[in-house]
Write a protein that binds this ligand. Structure first.
Ligand SMILES: [Zn+2]
Length: 396
């Protein structure tokens, strides 16, 4: 069989934000999009497989910028993960990878795992041992002693220690360093609004990551902690629940990305204590949801770069739920086109993989989705994807 396939007759949303192109075609050679065009004048089909996609819509695979691949989205994921063996958690990761892929996520970024499971999974996908989206990993999160996520993180206090903690993750093979700037919803006794690691502590870790050519992400919910992280040079604010106008201005000025993860508190509140979510997490989520959505709305209007991320693995935040995040972003005023761009091109830019992923352009990898309807008119079509192609191969 030839390693060349011509896909034709579809409407293409290329992920750049440009208007869809009707009657489009592209030629895939191996894993790569080699030629893209429009109209009935097609390249020679001699020795080329031809796939007719008449009436279908094709867009880039989704890129989820915030995932916890080893976490099971039950009511209390942390208690579960801390009570089971590493091999069991690893197998959960294998199963979860498949869920992301079949639901149209062809690339993601894991932002916190323990025991080196994320590294093993990442490398196993790369080696073709298991099937899943490719992904970047942060290894253990860097947090202050007793700070958010401490049961599975690397506790560090003072710039010397955060520097060392970042170096440890990079040495282990991390693609990105994740730093806790504030408290959060899930850790008992920790308030989402309170600042945690200081600007100086974060800066030391950020410098190490950037020296190694890697990005940084900060869990940052409260206003003061968000500003500390921005001033420390962080690449992305994860969650960004309490953004004031000054923080938004700082992000625009410095090009700091926002990864809102609106679905995380949404599902905690939706399912609630009855479903087994710890009461403290439900209470805190209820408290922050309004501010979260309001912060997103103002950041979007001000022109902050927004990358899509779900925080999959938190309570009832399932590993196939990315379209819910797009819907919530749209509920908060984002256009459908911007929601798609945020989930493809902008996420690829944040992850630093936009040279090869995120849009359908010549020379990029053939990661794409075939949809029965136009998601710009009906986003729900993303919940029921016709087919998924990863590196030129049909996986669903
Ligand atoms: Zn997270």
């Amino acid at each position: 069989m030839s390693d060349k396939t011509l896909y034709k007759g579809f409407t293409m949303i290329d992920g750049t934000g440009k208007e869809p192109i009707s009657n489009a075609w592209f030629l895939v050679k191996g894993q790569t999009l080699v030629k893209i065009g429009q109209g009935d004048e097609l390249p020679s089909t001699e020795g080329v497989n031809v796939v007719n996609l008449n009436g279908k819509v094709v867009m880039p695979g989704l890129i989820n910028s915030h995932v916890h691949i080893t976490m099971e989205p039950v009511g209390d994921p942390f208690s579960l993960i801390l009570s089971e063996s590493l091999p069991k958690t690893t197998l959960r990761g294998v199963a979860n990878l498949k869920k992301h892929l079949l639901a149209g996520t062809t690339y993601f970024r894991d932002l916190g795992a323990h025991g080196g499971i994320d590294l093993a999974l990442r490398d196993s996908v790369k080696a073709g041992l298991i099937e899943g989206p490719e992904f970047l990993v942060s290894c253990e999160v860097v947090t202050m002693t007793g700070g958010h996520g401490w049961p599975m993180g690397r506790e560090a206090d003072g710039p010397d220690e955060t520097r060392k903690a970042a170096r440890e993750q990079l040495k282990a093979g991390a693609d990105v360093v994740k730093i806790m700037a504030t408290g959060g919803v899930m850790t008992e006794g920790v308030e989402p609004g309170s600042p945690q690691l200081s600007k100086e502590e974060m800066e030391a870790a950020v410098i190490e990551a950037h020296k190694a050519g890697k990005k940084t992400a900060s869990h940052a919910q409260g206003t003061e902690g968000i500003k500390n992280a921005i001033l420390a040079g962080i690449d992305s604010i994860e969650h960004g629940i309490f953004l004031d106008d000054e923080a938004i201005e700082m992000m625009v000025e410095r090009g700091t990305y926002l990864v809102p993860t609106l679905v995380a508190p949404y599902f905690i509140v939706e399912y609630g204590v009855e479903a087994g979510v710890p009461k403290q997490a439900v209470d805190k989520s209820e408290m922050v949801m309004g501010s979260h959505m309001d912060s997103f709305r103002r950041a979007y209007e001000a022109g902050v770069k927004i990358a899509m991320g779900t925080d999959a693995g938190t309570p009832f935040n399932f590993h196939d739920a990315a379209p819910h995040e797009l819907k919530l972003m749209m509920d908060c005023g984002m256009t459908a086109m911007d929601a798609l761009v945020s989930s493809t091109k902008t996420s690829a830019e944040l992850l630093g993989i936009d040279d090869k992923y995120g849009t359908l352009e010549e020379g990029k990898f053939a990661d794409f989705l075939v949809l029965d309807e136009n998601p710009l008119e009906n986003l729900d079509t993303l919940f029921n994807i016709n087919s998924v192609y990863k590196l030129g191969k049909l996986v669903k």
